[in-house]
Design a protein. Structure first.
Length: 544
């Protein structure tokens, strides 16, 4: 029997460089994270997702890998990684790592060999062309920096293909050697005992003329091959799919696990629901969320969506219409520096005006919707951002552990930190930090910890079905989660007004709801009707 632990796990995304510095060099490291595992255990999360930790020139913060078999020197060593995995497991925490299949760094020895010698076996590891007019139907992802998906390489005398930065040449997955290399990479880290991978940028593995070069059948074929390899040698390890696509296009990434060899991922991020949560909060109207959830196809029983509010990238607006994108920018990125590519480079708390009720409400939605939630490091304490840093660095600043100017992140002199600690009011460490929030029972941190703890008491969140409740008003996001005899009703008032709702629940007498977060019994239903008055931005998780 394979343990489907990810079905009702809570994930936590960690950027190692930002988390905790154990050796006072100004960069967070693996040993630093190991020292903070007790904090994460107490928070109640089940699985950590580590952003890339491999040797890299850091042109894309580690998503440009120069060596798949090592650890970036400032992060520590492979031994430190083993210690981290062991210590996490000893606490019942799991770890997944980033698996970057689509591309390497241009500093990777494969690419260096490829560009210097047409006859090198590595030449065909990448995608070359004499002309930059191939695959013209392919969109550009990093629209702010990349004019083309082709870049000229002087040494090679050819153009090479890249879906991301020009420093990240795409690997050629038509080459059987590349397909095997990446299985070897997966094996190396799985042998170290990790619990799986978050697989980066998977829609772009294979190119075919005349297509948009995304989600191609040939790409799915390779992903099935990779999954079969992992299932055979490491049954139960999980693969989480990063495909920033519409629900119907993500569905094939789960494959068909009931047929041998046809499974792909156990989990997939639900990208399109994310901006619609922000739309709902700003409009005070749930309709956009309803539309996208209703449009989401069912997935196999052993699979699970992964939901998130923010992550290490810009808040992506790829999965909305042009009109919605403009609307999101207008409301959530009023300053030009807040925009990046097709998104918004801001953190959760500033996006929600640092309004405690809105931040809690957003988390209430995150923890009760269908899927397994992921928390982005620092959002559990309401960290701020720094839009003056380049690229996505403004949401990757040092974790704020205590009120010191160093935020307790590192013993190095703050000038030597990889990035400045947030110092803008009201987000500086003196007002936003773990230590103070741990000591305050009413803090955001303690509220989130409680939401996680309550979530874990009910199978319905991870395993139950999901059904919208019609309350007669779009101002309330209301839904039922049901699993066996567990029946939960969730209400989120999306507005700054009091909302009253009355819905039929049961015909039997003597039924009373329990507020599971507040641990109190509500008055019994009247004639089978549940009537509620919801304060502005109030959320209620009820058990019937
Ligand atoms: C993914 C990562 C992003 C990275 C890109 C290229 O989208 O989340 O940070 O830049 O892939 O690897």
């Amino acid at each position: 029997m394979i343990d489907l632990w990810y079905k009702d796990a809570v994930f936590y995304e960690v950027y190692i460089r930002a988390y905790h510095d154990s050796n006072a060099d100004g960069h967070g490291d693996l040993a630093g994270l190991t020292e903070k595992l007790d904090y994460l255990k107490e928070l109640g999360v089940d699985c950590l997702w580590l952003l890339p930790i491999y040797p890299s020139p850091l042109k894309d913060d580690g998503y440009d890998i120069a060596d798949y078999y090592g650890v970036h020197s400032t992060y520590g060593s492979v031994d430190d990684f083993k210690t981290l995995v062991d210590e996490a497991h000893a606490r019942g925490l799991r770890i997944i790592a980033d698996l970057v299949l689509n591309h390497t760094s241009d500093q990777h020895p494969w690419f260096q060999a490829a560009r210097q010698d047409k006859d090198s076996p590595y030449r065909d590891y990448y995608v070359w062309s004499d002309s930059d007019q191939k695959y013209t139907g392919t969109r550009i992802i990093f629209t702010d920096t990349e004019p083309s998906n082709w870049s000229w390489d002087e040494a090679a005398g050819q153009y090479f293909w890249h879906r991301f930065f020009a420093t990240q040449p795409d690997l050629n997955f038509d080459n059987p050697a590349v397909r095997e290399e990446m299985k070897k990479v997966a094996k190396f880290w799985l042998d170290m005992g990790i619990d799986g991978f978050r697989a980066d940028a998977v829609p772009y593995l294979i190119e075919r003329e005349g297509t948009g070069n995304e989600n191609l059948p040939e790409t799915h074929e390779y992903l099935k091959e990779l999954r079969a390899f992992i299932d055979q040698h490491y049954p139960g390890r999980v693969l989480l799919c990063e495909a920033n696509m519409w629900p119907e296009d993500v569905r094939p990434y789960f494959g068909d696990p009931s047929i041998p060899g046809q499974a792909e991922f156990q989990m997939g991020f639900h990208f399109p629901i994310m901006p619609r949560i922000f739309m709902a909060l700003k409009k005070g109207d749930v309709s956009d969320m309803v539309e996208i959830i209703n449009r989401t196809p069912p997935i196999p029983a052993e699979c699970q969506w992964c939901t998130f509010l923010r992550n290490h990238d810009e808040l992506t607006l790829e999965m909305v219409t042009e009109e919605e994108r403009q609307w999101m920018w207008q409301h959530y990125a009023p300053e030009p520096r807040m925009k990046l590519n097709l998104g918004i480079r801001r953190r959760l708390a500033p996006l929600l005006d640092n309004n405690r009720r809105k931040i809690e409400l957003a988390n209430s939605i995150l923890f009760t919707l269908t899927g397994s939630p992921i928390i982005y490091y620092g959002d559990e304490i309401g960290m701020g951002d720094n839009i003056w840093l380049d690229d996505r660095n403004g949401v990757r600043t040092p974790m704020q552990w205590n009120p010191d100017p160093s935020a307790g992140f590192s013993d190095a002199a703050p000038e030597g930190f990889y990035a400045p600690v947030i110092d803008s009011t009201p987000y500086g460490p003196d007002s936003v930090n773990v230590a103070d929030q741990q000591a305050d029972p009413k803090s955001l941190l303690n509220t989130i910890q409680k939401m996680i703890a309550i979530r874990k008491q009910y199978k319905a969140f991870g395993w139950g079905d999901f059904k919208w409740i019609d309350t007669g008003t779009a101002a309330v996001a209301a839904y039922r989660r049901k699993y066996k005899d567990e029946r939960l009703l969730i209400f989120n008032n999306l507005t700054d007004q009091i909302q009253t709702v009355s819905i039929p629940v049961a015909r039997v007498t003597n039924v009373y709801p329990i507020d599971i977060l507040g641990n109190r019994r509500l008055p019994p239903l009247e004639n089978g009707y549940l009537s509620l008055m919801l304060a502005p931005y109030r959320y209620l998780w009820l058990r019937i």
